[in-house]
Design a protein around this ligand. Structure first.
Ligand code: PMP
Length: 366
């Protein structure tokens, strides 16, 4: 039997583990920040028809530049943040925002270059960075998981990174960044600044999007995804908004025809039903605020959340709590600072199951 060690694998990949949120078959999956609401029957039918519509042309390659899809995404972003004034030349799409991040690193990172992030944050940023041959540098968020502009700027000035990652709302903490922190980093950063807004649609009223900063900041890249608010994690569609020159740079590294005709058609259909899909966002926001209130009333520490998940603690032995919940059919995520756990916001029924299980685990009920 050949083992990985027998293969001429890149030295810097030896000893690494693949990304691995557990994929377990449980009654209550609250671990990967998915949207719990499946597409309606009407949308299922529309997606089926859209797939049929392209099926007869699958002998041909798809539109390499996904122009129609990017125009639809620009139109959606303009409804989300009217001040953004986006056009097709300023929007780019790929297979999930993970692929978007990979393309950014392929274009702006690479051997001899550095990317900086502020932990705790999304675990794939350092992983995709390393796999692209870029050096990863860790700085840290504040105690309350925010980011004081002065501290952020100090880290940027110390490391002079080619790529800076700011995640807002942040995963796994849920914390949104004020625009002055992003502006301060933009002013100090010598390279590109990526604001990962995977959860932006869940932000609370009054929390602005970095899309409003695109004008006048040609090195700002705002990434988004259809995996969360749009409830399309299975379709794999991520996107970004940036200066047209950034998109020209990404065209140099993207694989030809990276977005399949089926993906493009499905994503456009989902966008056409955007109102229905985003209809669940309001319910998830309410459910999130309710679970934050409940956890606080129960005496837990809870990070403020502008996302569809909540980080709570603190537990001297979080593994035990995680296992206790799992034993009751509730799968959450052991992620973030060592004494904290993250729960994704599900349906009212799923959250009721979570609350009951957590009370039992805490009370030692078997
Ligand atoms: N960014 C953040 C902050 C995330 O939490 C995730 C998914 N967990 C992603 C990007 C990637 O999402 P996708 O590839 O599904 O768009």
């Amino acid at each position: 039997m050949t083992s990985l060690n027998d293969l001429p694998l890149r030295d810097d990949l030896r000893g690494r583990e693949p990304y691995g949120a557990p994929q377990l078959d449980v009654p209550y999956a609250l671990n990967t920040n998915e949207n719990p609401y499946p597409p309606s029957e009407r949308l299922v039918k529309a997606i089926g028809e859209a797939a049929m519509g392209v099926a007869g042309t699958l002998n041909r390659y798809p539109d390499r530049d996904a122009v129609a899809l990017r125009a639809d995404l620009a139109a959606f972003l303009n409804t989300d943040t009217p001040a953004a004034g986006l056009t097709v030349e300023r929007v780019w799409a790929a297979n999930g925002s993970n692929e978007i991040i990979q393309q950014i690193l392929q274009a702006f990172g690479g051997p001899g270059r550095t990317a900086l992030g502020f932990e705790p944050s999304y675990s794939m940023h350092p992983i995709i960075t390393a796999v692209s041959g870029t050096r990863w540098v860790n700085a840290f968020r504040d105690e309350d998981f925010g980011l004081e502009p002065e501290r952020a700027v100090a880290a940027v000035e110390e490391h002079r990174p080619d790529v800076v990652f700011l995640t807002s709302p942040n995963n796994p903490t849920g914390t949104a960044l004020p625009l002055d922190a992003i502006k301060a980093v933009l002013a100090a950063a010598p390279g590109v600044v990526v604001v990962d807004e995977a959860y932006a649609e869940f932000r609370r009223a009054g929390t602005p999007s970095a899309l409003t900063l695109l004008d006048g900041h040609p090195r700002l890249i705002v990434t988004r995804t259809m995996s969360k608010a749009f409830a399309m994690a299975g379709a794999r569609l991520g996107y970004l908004a940036a200066d047209p020159a950034v998109i020209e740079a990404l065209l140099l590294v993207r694989l030809p025809y990276h977005l399949s005709a089926v993906t493009q058609a499905v994503a456009r259909t989902a966008l056409a039903h955007g109102e229905e899909l985003l209809g669940g966002v309001e319910a998830l926001r309410r459910e999130r605020d309710a679970v934050v209130g409940w956890l606080r009333a129960e005496g837990f520490r809870v990070a403020d959340s502008d996302a569809n998940f909540v980080l709570f603690g603190t537990f001297p032995d979080r593994r035990k709590v995680w296992e206790g919940l799992l034993g009751r059919g509730v799968l959450i995520r052991e992620v973030g600072p060592p004494e904290w756990l993250r729960v994704s916001v599900g349906t009212p029924g799923e959250m009721a199951a979570f609350r009951t299980a957590l009370q039992q685990v805490r009370g030692g009920t078997t």
